[in-house]
Design a protein around this ligand. Structure first.
Ligand SMILES: [Cu+2]
Length: 141
């Protein structure tokens, strides 16, 4: 009985050590991320802005519609092996196409844009708009 209890203590100690090690890694990683985040958002709202992710994947933007707060950033990542664009507007025939942003998104790369005004912002891929590759970012106060 005493032997079993001793074994349990050893197992707990080992488990605890592993847990602490993991926690230390997380503690190491988080403050830097938070600091960068705060510094990034501080220009606009005192550091409470958020970053949101959209994937360009299978010739679609996913999620296709996203609602964010003003001052937040959106990062698009091209998960496909082909070039996409992240172009503001309803389509390439629109006179305002690309007025807000018009970025060539090579495979494996990202593009980040901060939305500083409220509204409904539509965007599309110049190359695949004919396939319906488009999205909307709704920016709320
Ligand atoms: Cu595309």
């Amino acid at each position: 009985m005493r032997k079993l209890a001793g074994l349990a203590v050893i197992l707990m100690a080992v488990g605890g050590a592993v847990g602490c090690s993991n926690n230390e890694n997380k503690v190491d990683a988080n403050p830097a991320a938070i600091d960068a985040h705060l510094a990034d958002g501080a220009l606009f709202d005192g550091g409470i802005s958020a970053n949101h992710s959209v994937s360009a994947m299978n010739l679609m933007f996913m999620p296709g519609t996203m609602t964010i707060r003003v001052g937040d950033t959106v990062t698009w990542t091209n998960m496909d092996a082909v070039l996409h664009t992240v172009t503001s507007g309803t389509g390439s025939t629109s006179p305002t196409a690309g007025q807000l942003f018009d970025h060539q998104l090579a495979p494996g790369t990202t593009f980040t844009f901060r939305f500083t005004q409220t509204g409904s912002f539509r965007y599309f891929c110049r190359i695949h708009e004919f396939l319906g590759m488009r999205g909307t970012i709704n920016v709320t106060p």
